[in-house]
Design a protein around this ligand. Structure first.
Ligand code: CTP
Ligand code: MG
Length: 231
């Protein structure tokens, strides 16, 4: 099944503190966002990539897309102040189709098999997210004191991609805008309309590069993959 993917890349990377968009930092000599886009470029089920960018990065992104021959990038869309606005701007340009994926450019280690399982699920259920079981014990606290230990067996750490029937994601984004709701992921916009969302188990390698130490984890993941194969 052919899907389209929106890739938000219009952030500033403030927590990375690199003085530029963290997506332009290199891993193994290749910019982070190129690693991410290559996965979709090489996935035959991916039809088109719609990339949301900050206009100040436009020239450098265009240059790199050409240099790395990323043919599936159908268009660049201007991002917004928040991630949600960047995705909404992109969503407004999407033609009809069955399934749309949203995937953060800052997660370069996504694997094709996870995308396939996620997409298949969204096709039948309407909405699906990738997540991994939480490993740490999670507690709530207030004023420096524990108030509650949460049962870990029902907790999932949520990643991207998230996949949706296009009509559902459109409705969710429009309602969120009308009602001034700002969510931390795409699924939360869909959940508030009471659509069921399936959870698909992904893998722990699919980290988001957020703070400087994540670059060391990223190197380790790349080394693991080159020494024992891309499993
Ligand atoms: N993003 C976006 N538009 C924004 C903010 C974020 O398209 N206004 C994108 C980022 O480029 C990234 C993804 O959303 O690929 C996840 O965001 P995050 O990890 O928070 O990246 P940044 O916002 O760039 O980082 P920070 O919050 O540290 O500034
Ligand atoms: Mg951010």
């Amino acid at each position: 099944m052919v899907y389209q993917v929106i890739i938000p890349a219009a952030g500033q990377g403030k927590r990375m503190g690199a003085g530029k968009n963290k997506l332009l930092l290199e891993l193994n000599g290749i910019p982070v966002f190129v690693h991410t886009l290559k996965v979709f470029e090489e996935d035959e089920a991916c039809g088109k990539i719609i990339l949301a960018i900050n206009p100040q990065d436009e020239l450098v992104f265009k240059e790199l897309i050409k240099q790395y021959n990323l043919k599936k990038v159908d268009r660049l869309v201007e991002g917004g102040r928040e991630r949600q606005q960047s995705i909404h701007n992109a969503l407004k340009t999407i033609e009809d189709g069955e399934v749309i994926l949203v995937h953060d450019a800052a997660r370069p280690f996504i694997q094709k098999d996870s995308i396939r399982r996620l997409t298949e699920s969204a096709k039948t259920t309407g909405a699906a997210i990738l997540a991994v079981p939480v490993k740490d014990t999670i507690k709530k606290a207030a004023d420096g004191n524990v108030t509650e230990t949460i049962d870990r067996s029902s907790l999932w750490a949520v990643q991207t991609p998230q996949a949706f029937r296009i009509s559902i994601l459109r409705e969710a984004y429009e309602k969120a805008e009308q009602e001034n709701f700002l969510g931390t992921d795409d699924s939360s916009l869909v959940e508030r309309l009471r659509y069921p969302v399936s959870v698909i188990e992904g893998d722990y390698d699919n980290i988001k590069l957020t703070t400087p130490e994540d670059l060391f984890f990223a190197e380790a993941i790349l080394n693991k993959r080159s020494s024992i194969g891309n499993y």
